[in-house]
Design a protein around this ligand. Structure first.
Ligand code: FAD
Length: 362
């Protein structure tokens, strides 16, 4: 059995570079090691935390009072193929960007716009990862999972996952219950560039149809220009989700903004939101901007100047409490000025219910 270590700092195991220790910690390179870790947690009545690349979580300063299982399962195998499609299985511990690189090199379409997203293949389904017009749920064929309630291993279909915008059953109705062992992707051997996202369309304006490699390079260039490199500045990507409102809610929000911030601000929001039928996409970065939140800092935590949706560990020594206090101020300010409640993307680890209620109070 792989060693179960005690009091291991989680700080360096997350891209935020924040957080206290795990009471117990182990790494699993095989299903047998996962079973052993699961058995240990049951015997000692411990909560478990499944850890991939740590790029979508904020660990509390107190750390995690349970067993952290870092998933290191590796391997990519072709499960089936025909003239049009290929089913590629990636083990949960594979680096997601290695999977995208392999698919692009092999000429398989479907995940090229998801290039350079940090983290593991296993976490792909958890928040239905998406970027630049593509979403994980469009290519996930099935998942090999282990139910941590009883240790049972089975195949889960896409339909069972409850996918939506940045959500699945894994981060809503059943958080922490299923350990994803591998993901099978359905990719196309012939495809067309998805340039629905504005930045990508602008990148290729006036150029002939881009190849898979062109798209991957473009996505990497755009991301590198906009997003902080977690190896240099601690962060967990976008901290807040974008909003989609129905027209009535959108009009109510505009009326609220007119009262709080005046007609001019409401007009700015109205012109910059995309209306499609009864739905309006409201970029949360725009709300932060019109609420005057740009450049806000609390202790070592700050809004990233090039992309206000990203909260950063600006000093390298920020605490989880500072990040959460910053989140609270941002949410309260946006709520006061627009009447909208914006929601965070990362998973909050090791906070008590009372602490979370306080940080989420509006
Ligand atoms: C710079 C930067 C840019 C980013 N850009 C994007 C983006 O464009 N789009 C996007 O969607 N996300 C983005 N993210 C967020 C993040 O990279 C993704 O959500 C990623 O899928 C998280 O993978 P991870 O392995 O690091 O997960 P972790 O942070 O380790 O875990 C996240 C959650 O998933 C659970 N989990 C992890 N592995 C498993 C498993 N095998 N089985 C079951 N549960 C598991 C964990 O318990 C936790 O609840 C970005 C993050 C950063 C730092």
């Amino acid at each position: 059995m792989r060693e179960i270590q005690k009091d291991i700092s989680l700080r360096q195991l997350t891209t935020f570079k924040i957080g206290g220790p795990a009471r117990y910690f182990t790494e699993a390179q095989s299903f047998a090691e996962i079973e052993q870790a699961w058995q240990f947690a049951r015997e000692h009545r411990l909560n478990t935390l499944i850890l991939g690349g740590g790029s979508n979580m904020l660990v509390s300063d107190a750390g995690f009072d349970g067993l952290v299982i870092k998933i290191n399962l590796t391997g990519m195998t072709i499960q089936a193929e025909d003239e049009q499609t290929i089913l590629l299985n990636a083990a949960a511990g594979e680096c997601w960007d290695d999977v995208t690189a392999r698919c692009v090199e092999s000429g398989w379409w479907g995940i090229e716009n998801l290039s350079l997203i940090p983290g593991s293949a296993g976490a792909l389904a958890v928040q239905n990862v998406g970027a630049y017009g593509q979403e994980a749920s469009e290519v996930i064929e099935s998942l090999d999972v282990c139910d941590l309630a009883d240790g049972r291993r089975f195949q889960m279909t896409t339909q069972q996952c409850g996918f939506g915008y940045r959500v699945s059953m894994f981060n809503t109705t059943c958080p922490g219950r299923y350990l994803i062992l591998s993901v099978t992707l359905r990719l196309k051997k012939r495809g067309e560039a998805n340039l629905s996202y504005r930045d990508l369309a602008a990148y290729f304006e006036g150029k002939k149809s881009p190849t898979l490699t062109d798209i991957r390079e473009a996505v990497i260039a755009i991301r590198n220009a906009k997003l902080p490199d977690p190896a240099i500045i601690g962060n967990a990507g976008s901290f807040f989700k974008n909003l989609t409102l129905d027209l009535a809610a959108f009009q109510r929000m505009l009326a609220h903004v007119r009262r709080q911030r005046g007609n001019e601000t409401a007009a700015v929001i109205e012109t910059r939101c995309r209306i499609s039928g009864n739905q309006v996409k409201v970029p949360t970065a725009l709300l932060l901007d019109v609420c005057g939140l740009k450049g806000l800092k609390i202790g070592g935590a700050a809004l990233y100047d090039k992309h206000p949706l990203i909260l950063i560990n600006a000093t390298g020594n920020a605490t989880a409490d500072e990040v959460m206090s910053l989140m609270k101020t941002v949410r309260q300010t946006v709520y006061a000025h627009t009447g909208l409640e914006i929601m965070p993307e990362p998973n909050f680890i090791g906070f008590t219910q009372e602490e979370l209620e306080c940080y989420f109070a509006l």
